[in-house]
Design a protein around this ligand. Structure first.
Ligand code: TXA
Ligand code: MG
Length: 338
């Protein structure tokens, strides 16, 4: 039986919103289901079923060189997927799970090589969302969960985003809008490397583990298509991107850019007076609210049939600098250099 559509979902379409029971049955039968987490919606499949995982790669059109993260409901379940559990992993798991940090550790033998793109490590996290946790508990198997969007496009933070990205073809467990809004921090606690910035910052990791993370491998990734496993798929230079051309700009350049554009959508934290038909999506001033709103704003901007999306570059200074850096990382990948 289908649950009632949420208010964010069109009443007319036969929406593939499914119940927890249907999601469980689909996953047990080797199918794929989009599920909510606190960061973004994931595209779930049984992590121990290579045929199910193949469906995830195919429906996302994800290159086989990009490894998937695995979701579990307990630290014990996480440990069972690895051959090493360093003190830093224990400390971070205790302090931050369930939560938006993914730990990269040596993989146990029984993890299919397709998950890790043939690499020796596996990325694991416990998501902090009641419906995801219930799904994981009842399934009692690890679940792969890349973001539920076609590779390279804007990540989904509502069931509606998933519906739109997959043309209503995918069963979705609707858990409402994601509270955090950008993807988890990805951290390698053995080499102390921050592989993808997120709302759990290097300072937080340092406070918990007493070791300051070394920068990730971002600068070593080239713009050309990768042929070997990436240190992190989120490190692709263009990722999370709208179809409409998008620029990350400073406030003072906005008037000039508008003058040469028929219709632009502007995402800005500062107040803007815009001549019609340009429109503004007012972004919240704080980084946590900004992150929560970001992908929905990008989806909205991309649907507005504009010629250009201008994103006012948020400040990256002050006490919240690290949170803004995680956001700027997404904004940089969503835009073309101005
Ligand atoms: O917040 C999130 O992490 C979301 C939700 C659904 O949990 N998932 C997500 O998955 O963002 P995806 O596939 O879009 O990004 C997976 C990230 C990659 O950017 C990469 O950093 C990391 O997982 N990854 C996976 N396996 C890895 C590995 N063996 N070594 C290093 N990084 C890995
Ligand atoms: Mg993704």
């Amino acid at each position: 039986m289908k649950a009632a559509p949420t208010t964010s979902v069109s009443q007319q379409s036969d929406v593939p919103i499914v119940t927890l029971d249907t999601a469980l049955n689909t996953l047990r039968a080797g199918g794929i289901v989009a599920f909510p987490t606190e960061t973004v919606y994931g595209l779930g499949a049984d992590a121990l079923n290579p045929a199910a995982i193949a469906k995830v790669f195919a429906s996302k059109r994800r290159p086989a060189t990009n490894p998937l993260i695995v979701h579990v409901h307990s630290s014990d379940a996480a440990r069972a997927l690895t051959t090493a559990w360093p003190t830093a992993a224990q400390q971070l798991a205790e302090a931050l799970w369930p939560g938006p940090i993914t730990l990269v550790l040596p993989k146990a033998n029984h993890i299919p090589a397709v998950i890790t793109a043939g690499g020796p490590t596996v990325a694991i996290r416990i998501p902090n969302h009641p419906l995801a946790l219930e799904l994981l508990r009842q399934l009692d198997r690890p679940l792969v969960g890349p973001s539920a969007n076609p590779s390279g496009t804007i990540s989904p933070t509502t069931a509606q985003h998933v519906l739109e990205s997959f043309n209503d073809t995918l069963p979705i467990l609707d858990g409402g809008p994601c509270a955090a809004g950008i993807e988890s921090t990805v951290y390698d606690p053995i080499n102390h490397r921050l592989l993808r910035p997120g709302l759990i910052t290097a300072d937080t990791i340092a406070r918990i583990t007493h070791t300051h993370p070394r920068p990730g491998a971002q600068s070593t990734v080239s713009a050309s298509a990768p042929t070997s496993p990436l240190p992190s798929p989120g490190l692709l230079p263009r990722h999370y991107a709208p179809r409409t051309p998008a620029l990350l700009v400073t406030t003072d350049t906005i008037p000039t850019l508008l003058a040469g554009t028929r219709r632009a959508i502007i995402l800005a934290t500062s107040p803007q007076r815009l001549p019609s038909p340009h429109t503004l999506i007012q972004m919240p001033p704080g980084p946590r609210d900004y992150a929560q709103r970001l992908y929905d704003a990008l989806h909205q901007a991309d649907h507005a049939a504009a010629d250009l999306i201008l994103i006012e570059r948020p400040t990256s200074e002050g006490p919240d600098a690290e949170l803004w850096l995680a956001i700027l990382d997404r904004l940089t990948r969503a835009t073309t250099p101005a």
